[in-house]
Design a protein around this ligand. Structure first.
Ligand code: ZN
Length: 123
């Protein structure tokens, strides 16, 4: 995946995103090309573009976990994974239960780029 963008574009987004995975916050090394990718925030399969505004630096693990999910679907996936329901129900099942009025104890999940934004608003 990393190969389909120009080196200039990859360098630009890598630098813009502070050399960290925008989802989990892990530090990344540009030269270590197999450890990171430029993730499509809106998946290509959903019509997302290759524009910088639709790209985020992501570690391979987050990039593959996000897959074709959009950001809110990925957030639910991460939140369920951190909750007491991890490994018992998936995010689609959780959504169905919530629709049925079941109250689930699922923690709010913020991504690294949101936590950074929040911190800079506070200071
Ligand atoms: Zn990550």
């Amino acid at each position: 995946m990393a190969n389909k963008f120009s080196t200039i574009k990859k360098t630009r987004v890598f630098t813009r995103d502070g050399e960290k995975c925008q989802y989990c916050g892990v530090a990344l090394v540009f030269k270590d090309v197999n450890s990171w990718a430029l993730d499509h925030v809106i998946p290509k399969s959903e019509g997302g573009s290759n524009d910088d505004s639709n790209l985020k630096l992501a570690c391979k693990s987050c990039n593959s976990a996000k897959g074709n999910r959009d950001i809110e679907q990925y957030r639910k996936h991460c939140a369920i994974g951190k909750s007491i329901y991890a490994g018992i129900i998936n995010s689609m099942q959780a959504e169905k239960l919530i629709d049925l009025g079941v109250v689930l104890d699922i923690p709010l999940h913020l991504f690294h780029f949101e936590a950074v934004k929040k911190a800079s608003v506070v200071s």
